[in-house]
Structure formats: C-alpha cells, structure tokens
Design a protein around this ligand. Structure first.
Ligand code: C2E
Ligand code: MG
Ligand code: MG
Length: 577
C-alpha cells in the first residue's frame, strides 16, 4: 500500500515536472479530467485552437475533433490511457473556425492518490508544416510533372489495391501508346512533343472525369494507362477503349501545326488476374504491342493465346542467355539459283536453334527476342564467323564446286553496333575467303531507320569488298527513290510478291521493280519460289536469280556438300527435301 502511494506521488510529481517543462518549451499543453473535460490549457493551446481560455475551460476535449480519424482510432487510444499507459501519435484537430491542423500528441495519464487515473496531461507539438511537406512530397512522387496525371508509382499502387481487394467485381486496365510519337517529337521538336502529351492527357482526363471508378495515369514517354474499376462486364472495357480512341484521334492544333495522332490500346481485364500490378500492366502492354503491330485501329484484349505467347517469349529470353555456350545454334544453307541456267550461284545462311528440350526453334521466334535483349550481337557475331568458316571449309574440300557466294543476314542492332565492320573483316581474314563472296543482307526498314549512320557503315563494309543485299524488299518503307542513295548491290524481292504473282497487279509490280533494279545496276533475287509457274513467270520477267522451296529448302552444311558431290547441284530443283 505504502509503495503504491509513493508511486502515485512520484508519478504526480513527474507529471507536474513534465507539464512545467513542456510549458517552458512552448508546447501546446492541456490537462483534462477522466471524461475529457478541460481543466487547464496554456496560451499556445488557445492560439492554435482559436478558442479563448474561457471557452476551453470546462469544455469537452472533443470540440477539437476533425472527423479525420475513425472511431476505432480514439477507442484504441482511450483503452490505453484508461489503463494508465502513455499514448503517443499524430492527431488531426480542428480549430474554432474549422481549419485543420496536425499535432504530434502525447497523453500522459495522471494517477491520483489511490493510484487510479484521475485525469490526463496532453502535450501537443504542431506538425502541420511537416505534414504539408510530406503531402507535397507524396504528390510529387505520385504525379507526372508534365501532364499532372498520376504517375507509374501511383497507378501501380491503385492497381495493386484493386487486385488485393478481390471484391469479385470486374476491372480492366487500358494500356495506350501514341502512334508515331517519336517521329512527331523528332521532326517537330520536343516542345511540340510535350504539348501533344499534355493535350493527350487533358483529353484523357476529361473523358474519364465522369466517375471516381476510372483513373488515368502517365507511365512515362508516350505511354498512358487507364484503370476501370467495378465494370459489370469485361466487354465494357473494349467499349470504353473505343470511345477513348475516337476522342484521342481528333486532330491536335499545336504550335501552329495540325497533328494527326492516334493511340494503340491493349486491354487486360480481371478475367486474367495476376498477383502483381506490374504483371497485369505488362500483360496490357503486350496486348497494346499486338494492337500496334496489327495496325487495325482497334483495341486488343489480352487472352490465353497472348498469355501463352508471353510465356513462350519469357522462356526463349531465359534460354537465349547462354545459347552460344550450350552450342545449340546451327546454320543451315539455302541455295540461290541463277534462273536462266538453273545453276546454284550461292547460299543464304539461315540460323537454327536446336534446343535440347524444346527441339527446333525457328529464327522468326527467337531473333526478334534476341534483338530486344541485345543477345543479337553475340549471336550475329557467331553467325558471321561460322558462315565464313563453313565457306572456307567448302572451298578447301570442294574447290571450284564450292558455293560462289555466301549471303548472311544482319539485324538492325548489328548494323548500328560499332564493331560490325571489324567483325566482318576478321572473319574474312581468319577463314581466308575472298571478300566479294560475302553478301550481307539487311532489310530496307533497317537502313531507313537511321539513314546517315547506315550509309556510313554500309560504305565501310563496301570498302572491305563485301556486297550488300536489301532483304525482303517491298515489305518496309519501300522508298524507291531512296534506293539510289544506298551503296547496295542486290534487291531480294519479298516472297509475298511471289506468292501473289497469280494476280496481274503483282506481276506489274514485280516487272516494274526488276526494270528499276536494272536501271540502278542492281541484281534481283526473287524469294520464296515454290512452283514451276512462279519460276516460269520470273524468268519471263527477266528476274536474274531466285530462291525457294521449289529449288531446295535450307540444308545442313553436310547436305550441301553431299548435293554438290552427287552432282545434282546444277539441277537443284530436284533436291527438294
Ligand atoms: P530471310 O532472310 O528473308 O530468309 C528467308 C526465309 O524464307 C527463311 O526462313 C527461309 O527458310 C524461308 N523460305 C525460303 N524459301 C521459301 C519458300 O519457298 N517458301 C516459304 N514459305 N519460305 C521460304 P527462316 O530460315 O525461318 O528465316 C526467317 C528469317 O529469320 C529470315 O528471313 C531472316 O530475316 C531471319 N534470320 C534467319 N537467320 C538469321 C541470322 O543468322 N541472323 C539474323 N539477323 N536473322 C536471321
Ligand atoms: Mg535473308
Ligand atoms: Mg528475305
């Protein structure tokens, strides 16, 4: 009993001391009874709350409440202090005239002589400025400064909340990317580019303002995303996307220009729910990518087919990393034939990936992935070296029967890489092949991408003595007038032309291209010849060379040597395999 009493006195003394100290340090101090009735306040308290001392004394502490905190917050606080424990936390209070202010609050229970809680001492420190600062920082961290829209961080948080809620209601993400934005930015300047992004954001904001259940954000660059919550049917997302696309496609009047711009839109709905927001976003991105490639002016919804494609892509990406060390890449060779004589003029090296578990993976499946992840450089270097090594070996073993020309495909990243010329030079020297045997095949979209650099690199390659072919001609930009600017030797007509060569329009086009090439001093190789009719037509139109399954599918290096040794090399259409 004695010891409890001493404790109580000590505690009261400590509290009084605390009170004095606090007052001295100009804190905001009050004493209340157990029911919260105010018994004492200091001047700071009156000043910050806007009430006079007379108004406060006898009033209940609740007059400061702001409705910012839920009831549970105060219940928890009272539970603690009623048990004689000190409570500390941030509270949002309301002044007499209704303004809100934040205070770091410590509530110390005052024990009476019986050791029971007889009242409370509250010490508050004004932290409104800090709270403002934190809020402003949060605003900055969650908003895109250019457009004022929420940014990637903010929208990812919102998406994650919707995922975690698992309310059973449908939601959707629309991923949008402005078509040809880079072109607009590069040609009209960054100011116009910025204005376009701002106007795009304004239109988005206006279109989605109707309800709280739609949020638009800018992810960065020309990528935007819209989150649709609580939709009754996932199909509604497509309708919203179509409406948005219409609004966004209206012409933009910016800096004296009228700009026509559209957005490609990919959609993912809660029917394909992922665990994480970023996974959902990347699925929507993938659908957008498909929409852009399809050039159909309509949104594409992420579905099972796309998911399988995404998984396969991820698998390829992982497996590609050490593909060279695993020794799984092989080159096959497809004959290129002189159409008039039927003699083989050369071979095109075509890469094959023999995966130990998945079997054969075709270049169309892995070359674009290798391009994106940068693996195309080591893979491309391997191809150049291996193809040259093979030609060197054939020349040694077959002598003058060896293929006269070797065509090797080069991708855009390779052409842009500063080491390409050195790599080609080294391969030629190391394997002792005459440089003019080597043809490097580049597509027209590759050389048109960065014309100036392409012309420089192609000129350096030409100086080594190698030839340059334009592959898949007719599928890219088809800027016929530019052909003369590039140091090229051969046009390879894309197999789509040959496939449709039963139509008179295509025939006219093929004919015109052959005449144009002749005028420019270029040779022509027709790709994808599959039938005797196609061969006859191309011969008639004066096409010099051809390649295709009619003559031969791509063969392993061993089969090429066998064909040559069996002497059916000069009638290669018999070697269809
Ligand atoms: P490409 O350079 O245009 O190669 C011709 C493609 O057409 C080859 O496909 C060939 O097998 C196919 N082809 C040939 N004749 C016919 C035909 O009569 N009918 C049909 N339907 N197809 C025919 P492949 O080997 O699957 O290669 C596809 C593409 O992958 C190549 O197109 C090329 O762009 C790329 N590629 C292949 N190997 C390499 C490489 O080593 N490096 C790079 N960067 N790309 C490569
Ligand atoms: Mg090619
Ligand atoms: Mg081709």
């Amino acid at each position: 009993m004695t010891s409890k009493k001493t404790e109580s006195i000590n505690s009261e003394l400590t509290c009084l001391q605390a009170f004095r100290n606090a007052v001295d340090e100009a804190g905001i101090v009050a004493i209340t009874d157990v029911r919260g009735r105010i018994l004492e306040v200091n001047d700071n308290f009156c000043e910050i709350s806007g009430y006079s001392r007379d108004e406060l004394l006898g009033a209940n502490h609740r007059i400061l409440r702001s409705d910012h905190h839920p009831m549970e917050f105060f219940k928890e606080m009272y539970r603690k202090i009623a048990n004689g424990k000190t409570w500390r936390g941030d509270i949002c209070n309301r002044t007499k005239n209704g303004d809100l202010y934040w205070v770091d609050t410590t509530i110390v229970p005052l024990l009476n002589q019986l050791g029971k809680v007889g009242g409370y001492l509250t010490l508050r420190i004004d932290i409104s400025e800090q709270k403002d600062l934190v809020e402003r920082l949060q605003q900055l961290a969650h908003h895109d400064p250019l457009t004022g829209l929420p940014n990637r961080v903010a929208i990812l948080e919102s998406i994650q909340k919707v995922i975690d809620l698992r309310s059973g209601k449908h939601f959707a993400l629309l991923f949008m990317d402005i078509d040809r934005f880079k072109l607009i930015n590069d040609s009209l300047g960054h100011d116009v580019g910025d204005k376009l992004l701002q106007e795009f954001a304004t239109r988005l904001r206006k279109s989605v303002r109707a309800t709280d259940l739609i949020q638009a954000a800018r992810l960065g660059g020309d990528e935007f995303v819209v989150l649709l919550e609580n939709i009754s049917d996932p199909h509604d997302a497509t309708l919203v996307a179509e409406r948005l696309m219409k609004t966004l496609a209206q012409p933009y009047e910016l800096g004296g220009y009228t700009i026509y711009s559209k957005a490609s839109v990919g959609i993912v709905t809660s029917e394909h729910l992922s665990e994480t927001a970023s996974e959902m976003l990347s699925n929507a991105d993938m659908a957008m990518y498909e929409a852009k490639a399809a050039k159909m002016d309509r949104p594409i919804v992420f579905d099972r087919v796309l998911r399988d494609k995404a998984q396969k892509r991820l698998y390829i990406e992982n497996e590609l990393r050490d593909v060279i060390a695993r020794n799984e890449l092989k080159l096959f060779y497809q004959p290129i034939v002189e159409l008039e004589s039927g003699a083989v003029k050369g071979v095109e090296a075509l890469i094959r990936w023999f995966h130990t578990e998945s079997g054969l993976i075709n270049p169309d499946e892995f070359i674009p992935v290798a391009e994106e992840m940068g693996m195309i450089i080591p893979i491309g270097n391997f191809v150049i070296d291996e193809a040259c090594r093979q030609l060197g070996a054939w020349r040694k073993s077959l002598g003058e029967n060896a293929p006269a020309n070797l065509h090797v495909n080069v991708s855009r990243k390779q052409l842009e890489h500063p080491t390409l010329v050195t790599i080609v030079k080294q391969a030629i020297q190391k394997h002792q092949i005459p440089p003019d045997c080597l043809h490097l095949e580049v597509t027209e979209s590759i050389i048109m991408h960065d014309r100036k650099t392409s012309i420089e690199t192609l000129n350096q390659l030409k100086k080594l003595g190698v030839h340059i072919d334009v592959d898949d001609f007719g599928t890219g930009y088809s800027s016929l007038s530019c052909l003369g600017d590039f140091p090229i030797d051969v046009l390879k007509l894309d197999r789509e032309f040959i496939k449709k060569s039963d139509r008179s329009r295509e025939v006219m086009l093929i004919h015109a291209l052959i005449i144009l090439a002749e005028k420019l001093g270029l040779e022509v190789i027709a790709e994808g010849i599959e039938t005797p009719e196609q061969l006859a037509l191309l011969r008639k139109l004066g096409c010099g060379y051809g390649q295709g399954f009619f003559f031969s599918k791509p063969l392993s290096a061993e089969d090429v040597a066998l064909s040559i040794l069996n002497a059916n090399w000069n009638t290669p259409h018999l070697t269809i395999v």
